[in-house]
Design a protein around this ligand. Structure first.
Ligand code: BGC
Length: 764
């Protein structure tokens, strides 16, 4: 065996050993039960695709598995394209005709107009259909992460983390449906969204891209997003293919830095990091993007146990698996598991990758042809992947309708209706964390002085993936949308801005601040994502902390509005703020939503989808273990966050009744019905998300202090009482045991809803 083969053999053995063969038995049912994948191809369609595949040369097949960056077919250099953007006819010909490239992605640096997207898609599809022998349309993919963010006219929604804070899956589904509509309107049928990684490591630069720390919440929101993107038939002109990402375990880097090692026991992987993807597969997700990092020492792109045994055999996923950016190359030059790029290609394809997001050259295509010719990658592996890609194109209706805007009128892109949906989502996301002495809401007649970073632009409202990758260039702001300052000026009779020095962030005229009735200070983290967003700790900008201290010294009530990508530590200033609003990255309508919450036109109803740490190193989740609990009798105070998961105030007050259960002994496969009445005891209409936690008293694997098992948000009018009903079965209470199977052990469980608890016994 030569060196390369020895290494390969060793890796496969190690991988198989590390991940183990896993059985499907005794998995818990979940709330998204029922295979709603209506994206199946019929037998005849399959035969047609097989006929195309049979006629393809090896180079054509490999072409289908190749995904290139738009830069490769554009005028100019890669990452330095000619402006305004133009396709390069010669390069386009090389990609589509000579190499038979199956997929293109991305934008050349910034968002384009609808008109320009039409030109791009038309030219690409024209050449694919009219100048290639197999006439297979190209599959264009894009990151429409929080709305159609690479379409200039596209509606920008709150980021995923903020969407999770709504605890309202229907808003997530609507946001995704609008994103699908607007993305498809530009001619693009594939969206690299949603992120189904859990936000349990708040240092990570992509925290804001997750649905937060809880697996049940993320699973519910992820499923809603896929429903919104794909509907029941992704070939519908208003729908597109979702791409669940990044499979899996990507979000928990030990250091917090993006794409650095993740160590997770298989039990944790199965209990926390897999269910979001399993639910997405059940929902019919048409594609998956692979985790760019290494998991337990093995880069996931080279891990056959994950990419084939787990994803295909166990989870039953039949869609397309695309790599993340340059990730085959990274097996060689970053991860150092493949001595050459050619080894890297063989490793990834043999592990189960269908499509390589190469994306900037043709080496992948050339090397894969060689590898098949030399017998290092079997043709069967190639045929399997190409068939999946053709099936995806079929499921998207691309063969019949490669240029959707030619046959369908999309007249709602960027419409008031779409803005309204974004506004609603922002209103329900924004989370009131503190409100002493009724600082909020602020009378519209009050003198409101606003200051801080991010209040006058859209950068901090939208965050990364907004018209550009990092979202930091105000040049692309939609100035028709209101900044926080503009919205406050409309909202209040007297609202003004206190100037601060750009460098030091100190007030230019401190005395002026004393004239305010109310001071509102926006605090922000400059947007970033992926590697550019790496930080060493969660400590917050010293200058902004000092600004708050300076404002507090005026003696006027101070409200802090947090425009944060992740929870930056505010423990030093929390006590001196009278009110605190977590606004996340609320999107383009965030200015309006914040102003309406400040004035009380909107009653806040968001709840934190993560545990807000008090200290930079105290990074615990709500579902921590008993050893991490605050318990002064043992001299421990490990769990003492700034704010707990699920925390969020309202201008209404709510009273919860005792919990009623249908049985105090849950037996076998039966269900337990849970009811609780919530009364709005205030004079203000509100919306309340009721969160149902369950604690397992004793278990063979140390139980978490509690786990979220159900939730629902409802509107409750002033004075009204509403009954919330939930139903749980034993499988909803399960955990992954030492045998890696889902198990519910007999014993006592305690339900907790707000401050009420109720226990029941589970008998097998
Ligand atoms: C990111 C993915 C994204 C891809 C394509 C990668 O760097 O990790 O989330 O979909 O680029 O832009």
């Amino acid at each position: 065996m030569n060196k390369v083969l020895t290494l390969k053999f060793l890796m496969i053995t190690v991988i198989a050993f590390a991940f183990g063969a896993c059985s499907n038995e005794s998995k818990p049912g979940n709330k998204t039960e029922g295979h709603t994948n209506k994206h199946q191809t019929t037998k005849t369609e399959h035969a047609d695709l097989q006929a195309i595949l049979d006629k393809m040369s090896l180079k054509d097949k490999v072409g289908q598995m190749t995904q290139l960056n738009l830069d490769v077919i554009s005028v100019g250099e890669i990452y330095n394209l000619k402006e305004p953007h133009e396709l390069d006819a010669e390069k386009l010909n090389k990609a589509i005709v000579e190499y038979g490239v199956g997929s293109i992605l991305n934008v050349g640096g910034h968002a384009y107009s609808l008109e320009h997207w039409h030109e791009i898609i038309t030219k690409i599809q024209d050449i694919a259909i009219n100048q290639t022998s197999h006439k297979v349309p190209v599959l264009y993919g894009i990151d429409a992460i929080h709305g159609a963010n690479y379409l200039l006219e596209g509606t920008l929604f709150p980021q995923q983390l903020a969407q999770a804070a709504t605890f309202n899956p229907s808003l997530v589904e609507i946001a995704a449906a609008i994103t699908a509509y607007e993305t498809k309107a530009s001619g693009i049928p594939w969206n690299f969204s949603p992120v189904l990684d859990l936000g349990r490591q708040p240092v990570w630069s992509r925290f804001f891209e997750t649905y937060g720390e809880d697996v049940y919440l993320a699973k519910t929101m992820g499923t809603a997003a896929i429903k919104g993107y794909q509907g029941t038939d992704a070939s519908n002109p208003e729908k597109l293919a979702a791409c669940m990402k990044h499979f899996f375990g990507y979000s928990m880097p030990w250091t917090g830095r993006d794409r650095t090692p993740v160590y997770l026991h298989e039990r944790q992987l199965r209990e926390y990091f897999m269910p979001t993807f399993e639910a997405a597969v059940k929902q019919g997700a048409l594609s998956v993007m692979i985790n760019s990092g290494e998991l337990n020492g093995i880069p996931v792109h080279a891990d056959k146990a994950i990419l084939t045994d787990l994803l295909r055999t166990e989870m039953g996923f039949d869609g397309v698996a695309v790599t993340d950016w340059e990730d085959i190359m990274k097996l060689n030059n970053i991860h150092k598991v493949a001595p050459t790029l050619k080894d890297a290609v063989a490793m990834a394809i043999n592990a189960g990758i269908d499509m390589s997001m190469v994306p900037n050259d043709y080496r992948f295509s050339d090397l894969l042809v060689e590898l098949v010719e030399e017998g290092q990658v079997p043709m069967s592996r190639i045929d399997e992947s190409v068939m999946r890609i053709l099936v995806m194109k079929k499921r998207l209706g691309l063969f019949e309708n490669p240029v959707p805007f030619k046959t369908y009128v999309y007249d709602k892109v960027g419409s008031a209706e779409h803005d309204e949906a974004s506004y609603q989502a922002a209103c329900e996301a924004i989370t009131l964390l503190k409100n002493e002495n009724s600082t909020l809401p602020i009378s519209k007649k009050a003198k409101v002085y606003l200051t801080g970073v991010g209040s006058a632009d859209h950068i901090y409202l939208n965050g990364a993936w907004s018209r550009t990758w990092q979202g930091t260039d105000p040049k692309w702001d939609d100035t028709e949308k209101l900044s926080i300052l503009e919205a406050a000026e409309e909202e209040f009779e007297f609202a003004t801005y206190l100037n601060i020095d750009e460098e030091t962030l100190t007030l230019q005229s401190p005395a002026k601040a004393k004239q305010a009735d109310r001071i509102v200070v926006t605090l922000g983290e400059f947007p970033s994502t992926e590697k550019p967003g790496d930080i060493s700790d969660l400590d917050f900008d010293e200058r902004q902390i000092n600004l708050v201290k300076e404002l507090a010294r005026t003696g006027k009530p101070v409200t802090a509005v947090l425009l944060f990508n992740r929870p930056r530590i505010i423990s030093e200033i929390e006590p001196i703020c009278d009110a605190i609003i977590m606004a996340y990255n609320p999107g383009d309508e965030g200015g309006r939503a914040i102003a309406d919450i400040l004035s009380g036109d909107v009653n806040p109803s968001g709840k934190l989808p993560f545990t807000y740490p008090r200290n930079s190193n105290a990074l615990l989740t709500y579902d921590h273990k008993y050893t991490e609990k605050l318990d002064p009798s043992f001299g421990m105070n490990a769990f003492n966050p700034q704010y707990e998961f699920g925390y969020g105030l309202s201008y209404s007050t709510y009273a919860y009744s005792d919990i009623r259960v249908s049985t105090e002994e849950l037996a076998g496969k039966a269900t337990i019905d849970i009811e609780v009445d919530v009364t709005n005891t205030s004079e203000i209409d509100g919306k309340e998300a009721v969160l149902v936690f369950v604690s397992d008293s004793f278990a063979s694997i140390t139980p978490s202090v509690k786990r979220l098992r159900a939730f629902e948000k409802k509107a409750i009018k002033a004075g009204q009482t509403i009954t919330y009903q939930f139903s749980l079965s034993a499988s909803d209470l399960a955990f992954v045991a030492t045998d890696l199977k889902w198990t519910t052990e007999e014993g006592w469980f305690t339900i907790s809803v707000a401050d009420k608890t109720k226990s029941f016994f589970y008998k097998k």
